[in-house]
Design a protein around this ligand. Sequence first.
Ligand SMILES: C=C1C[C@]23C[C@@]1(O)CC[C@H]2[C@@]12CC[C@H](O)[C@@](C)(C(=O)O1)[C@H]2[C@@H]3C(=O)O
Ligand SMILES: O=C(O)CCC(=O)C(=O)O
Ligand SMILES: [Fe+2]
Length: 357
Amino acid sequence: MVVLSQPALDHFSLIKTCTGPAPDAASAVSDIEIPEVDLAAAARGGRDDEVRRLVRACEELGFFKVVNHGVGTEMMGRVEAEAERFFKLPQSEKDTAGPPNPLGYGSKRIGPNGDIGWIEYLLLHTSPDVTSLNSLAAFRVAPNGHTFRTAVEEYVKAVKGLACEVLELMAEGLNIEPRDSLSAMLRDNKSDSLFRLNHYPPSPPELQLQLQPFLGGRSQLLGFGEHTDPQIISVLRSNDTAGLQVCLRDGTTWVSVPPDRSSFFINVGDSLQVFTNGRFRSVKHRVFADPTRSRVSMIYFGGPPLSQKIASMEGLMEEGEESLYKEFTWCEYKKSAYKSRLGEYRLGLFEKAVAGR
Ligand SMILES: C=C1C[C@]23C[C@@]1(O)CC[C@H]2[C@@]12CC[C@H](O)[C@@](C)(C(=O)O1)[C@H]2[C@@H]3C(=O)O
Ligand SMILES: O=C(O)CCC(=O)C(=O)O
Ligand SMILES: [Fe+2]
């Protein structure tokens, strides 16, 4: 008989939690096409069509794909390659860049409130004011620390530019003046934006076998449980391993997102839902790990400065329309988010009580 040591047992009970929700009739997986916005077409003269497509995608799904974006694929590849080298390091070396507080290296535990996933990650702040990007232990232990750091800095600069371009198209579609009202929050030196590198390792067959009774007929472990992103906008790019799913507005139908390493995927975040008084919806999403291939994803979370008031924007309110949300700052929302579990509907605490709703 094999007797497992206490650390091995702790490890096993931790990953047992990554089996995620059992598939049931109430949560169907559908095959709809992910909406696409073509930035080159928008620049060439098809701007109105692309803006209309983008607004519809944000209203109906809160998620879309951006193609022909002009960000170099080599630059994307460099970050991916260096991240892979970091994640291949021995566990003891990676652990010196953790535990996350919330920044740094983390493994299996997501956030401070007991959420677990089949994942390891690096979470960094992007602001030069917050020294983490420059001094983060990860870059010291990484085999190619300097190259890794430079690649991340270049990439973050490029995706921040992309996020701002997309936010300006949104402002145009919603008739918000000035057009940079949203993007200025990301461009602000005090912008509270994050960059995250996620690695979902393949699950070894012996683990798969042991977990069979807990998988409820599914063959995949839950990498990142369902949640919405609290910021304004998230720009996601992954390698060619599938796993990301987004939820339709009905709240129960999930759609698998075919991976595309040369494109970006945009999530509407909770703060953008509030800025648009609920017209754009922050999208619920989750990730299942592939049993045989590793998934590496990189996400830029564009957030406002901590002191920024998060409230419906004047320009887009119809006459007589009331704000659905109480007034709060990003700092207040962020604090509240970090007290919540991953899957909670965090905006609920900030909604105004309206009769009949
Ligand atoms: C469980 C949690 C992890 C998270 C902070 C939270 O308490 C709730 C929001 C989570 C989330 C989701 C989007 C991003 O990945 C993230 C960095 C963020 O800003 O909010 C994570 C937080 C985290 O992993 O620290
Ligand atoms: O890794 C992914 O594909 C998505 C991860 C995610 O949703 C997050 O980090 O907030
Ligand atoms: Fe997310």
